[in-house]
Design a protein around this ligand. Structure first.
Ligand code: SF4
Length: 392
């Protein structure tokens, strides 16, 4: 793009001509130099919130279910669900969750299995366990009231700085910056902040920038606006710069370098692990043995078929518990699942048992009837596996 075209569309020039330092003709070389000057950065920071709010008033999302009655509790649940998950996916989960647990007291009194059951399919189950644990803590230690103070919120399990800020800004209009993945993308692009945003130095810089651009008025609307902009306009791929309120003053758009921001994290080799999942069925009953997994570790607190390091270990265990198992020739597709820090390959060892023997239903173990599933939390790949087994 020619410098003159960019000069004409500059958001500082168009909307605040007295402030615009670019009334002199600029060249493509001069723009980045001026852009990173403290004066230019301060000007962009000043215009950031007003432009974003104007865009939000015209095009922002105002009918999301958690925007109705935005109590700290409802906003908290929505914010936790929205971590790593898109709005469209979250909406039905949020509505089901709220109809089961309309208040923090209901959530605190629910069995963890019921909470995990309603979470099945959203992934990152530590979020659900923390919500449940927090709700109990709020009832037992905080008189049943969600904290309305930043430090008290931050002290709760699973609530980080950005989530605490979002809860207080969206529900109570308190001025706190947020810095989720969408906000990082917008800020690094607009302000041309280079480097790996996972490093402590860059994070500190981004928090500083996020604090500076957060307005003192209409903080709730602003917070929703910057999240919306990142999710719907300043997307990771193919950002819609033409319709973006920041386009006139955005460094990445000017340079045509949107794909360079945020910078890439240094690639580490992803480790992979392999294990055996024992699919023990009772002949003729359409039931599979499942166990509650330990609270910590992958899929913590969820239910799944027992997992072993290798086949001999799985068969030995089976012999001890049920007598000699009958191996089923029909194979099931292995499960490959990517966790945040490693890949897991689960080979499925299918055996048929003649009778239930002494393994009855207990706190940590049960028979999962495929056609009449109990209300327990299952990891999504296990839920999909059982659905495949049921249909054929
Ligand atoms: S102009 Fe483009 S790159 Fe810059 S903030 Fe807007 S959408 Fe993102």
């Amino acid at each position: 793009m020619q410098a003159t075209e960019r000069d004409n569309s500059c958001f500082l020039r168009g909307r605040a001509p007295d402030l615009c330092p670019l009334r002199v003709s600029i060249s493509k070389v001069a723009f980045p130099l001026r852009y990173h000057s403290s004066m230019f950065q301060a000007l962009v920071e000043n215009r950031f919130a007003p432009l974003l709010l104007r865009w939000f008033d015209e095009q922002g999302r105002t009918h999301l279910p958690w925007q109705k009655e935005p109590t700290p509790y409802r906003v908290w649940v929505s914010e936790v669900m929205l971590q790593q998950t898109q709005v469209a996916t979250v909406i039905p989960y949020f509505e089901r969750f709220m109809s089961e647990f309309p208040a923090v007291k209901d959530l605190s009194e629910a069995p963890l299995d019921e909470v995990l059951h309603l979470w099945t399919g959203l992934g990152y189950y530590a979020r659900a366990r923390n919500l449940h644990k927090c709700a109990q803590l709020i009832m037992q230690q905080l008189g049943g009231r969600m904290p309305q103070d930043f430090d008290a919120l931050l002290a709760l399990p699973g609530i980080g700085r950005s989530t605490a800020g979002a809860i207080l800004a969206l529900s109570l209009g308190q001025r706190h910056p947020i810095l989720d993945g969408n906000v990082k993308r917008v800020l690094t692009r607009v302000f041309g902040i280079e480097g790996d945003p996972g490093t402590a130095r860059l994070l500190q810089l981004l928090w500083l920038k996020a604090t500076r651009v957060t307005p003192t008025q209409r903080v709730g609307a602003y917070t929703q606006a910057i999240m919306d902009l990142g999710a719907t306009v300043c997307r990771r791929t193919r950002p819609a710069c033409d319709g973006c309120p920041m386009s006139g003053g955005c460094f990445a758009a000017y340079e045509g370098r949107q794909a360079d921001f945020p910078g890439r994290r240094k690639k580490r080799q992803r480790p992979s692990r392999a294990a055996i999942l024992l699919i023990a069925e009772i002949a003729g009953e359409g039931a599979v043995l499942i166990e509650r997994r330990p609270a910590s570790g992958i899929w913590g607190g969820l239910w799944s078929p027992p997992q072993f390091a290798d086949e001999p270990e799985a068969l030995d265990w089976c012999r001890r518990e049920f007598g000699e198992p009958q191996r089923v020739a029909e194979e099931l597709e292995p499960i490959d699942h990517a966790f945040t820090h490693f890949d897991l390959h689960l080979k499925l060892l299918r055996v048929r048992l003649r009778q239930r023997d002494q393994v009855g239903e207990a706190d940590h173990r049960m028979w999962y009837r495929l056609a009449m599933p109990p209300r327990v939390g299952l990891p999504q790949p296990i839920r999909q596996l059982f659905a495949r087994m049921l249909t054929g």
